[in-house]
Design a protein around this ligand. Sequence first.
Ligand SMILES: [Zn+2]
Length: 168
Amino acid sequence: MNWYKQASFDDDLTHALVDQMGEEKGKELAFNIHNEIESIGTEYRFENISALGLAKNNVCIISSDIFRYKVPNMIFVLFHELAHYYQYKKYGNEFAMSVYTNPPSEIDEDVDFLREIETTADRFARLKTSHYINKYEMKDSITLPGYSHFSDSFLEYHLLRIKDQIKK
Ligand SMILES: [Zn+2]
């Protein structure tokens, strides 16, 4: 019996990976991802939420929609969200919230900061995902555009709307 078969994960992620990659590779990738998540040290769960992911009360919540994605996109979203959790752990929970709670006069700085947080998470996710795409010789690649396709004016609009909601 192989080492990864002894760890019998019975969760949605494993099922989704096995569906697309077959029993052996799917379980092995699930095992690797579980280890990655454990080394980041976060709690995580999959829920039916409108965003792809969010970090709430130190729990990383990832949309269960990703189970319908092809594997590269599925794990790209997963690692992107995990990267945020890693950022919170490193810089504290307040650091990312500031972009939503700073006064609207600081919008330019907030847009820059949000873009930096998100592109860093994208870079981390792209590296991790590429590693597994190569390792398992996947035919699909990441087709999600990542954060860089959002314009400054879109991010500004997005942030100002949330700032406004928080005030209320
Ligand atoms: Zn993000």
